[in-house]
Design a protein around this ligand. Sequence first.
Ligand SMILES: [Zn+2]
Length: 227
Amino acid sequence: MSGAAPRKDPVAVEAEVREKIHLEILKRTGAYHANDHVLLPSGQHTSEYIEKTLVTTEPSFTEGLGGVIAKHFAQWPVDLVLSTGPGALILSHCVARAHPSRPTLVYGTKGVSAGKRRVTLPVEFQRFVRSGTKVLIVEDLVSSGTTVRLLSQLVESLGGQVVGIGALWRRTKKTEVDGKEIFSLVSRDFPTYASETCPLCKKGIPLNQEYVKRREHRKPSSAHEKA
Ligand SMILES: [Zn+2]
């Protein structure tokens, strides 16, 4: 008997390989940093970091990744692709362009009213979402899922139907929002540590404070709030 390890499910292996390829692509844009020791705005430390603003800076990569999302949803008819935020909008253009239904592309605008986050559809776009309109939501990074939930509620309030949610990166463990599947190219969250218990601090690795400084520099912009 050889005592070989049990074979992994081939579908799971394929998904793992795909995720590695996508991570490598994001690394090449400079958006994804691994094997680092990073200070987060929360004061926690982590070894991996993603710079949201850099994710869609390489048009050919964005087109390739958008094409993968479009292919995943190709079996369903889509009338409209909806997103919000600059990075998501660049990606959503690539998804819409590659989807066989040739969907229209519109975007919502983010804001805060009465202390609550809101997404609204510019009035010129409102006629695109009617009763039965099939909508694919596209997001670059899904962290808490709030933005995609707001987009989904917006579609349903206008009578439309959400086909699904496509994203580059899902940090939340939730694989769906309000019963809609989130299809993401990378599904990964990073462990974070308090400075007192951080294993990277224990090893004496210098702490990278660059990202927190950049964020502070950009305040009070609301473009970098958690999506
Ligand atoms: Zn540390």
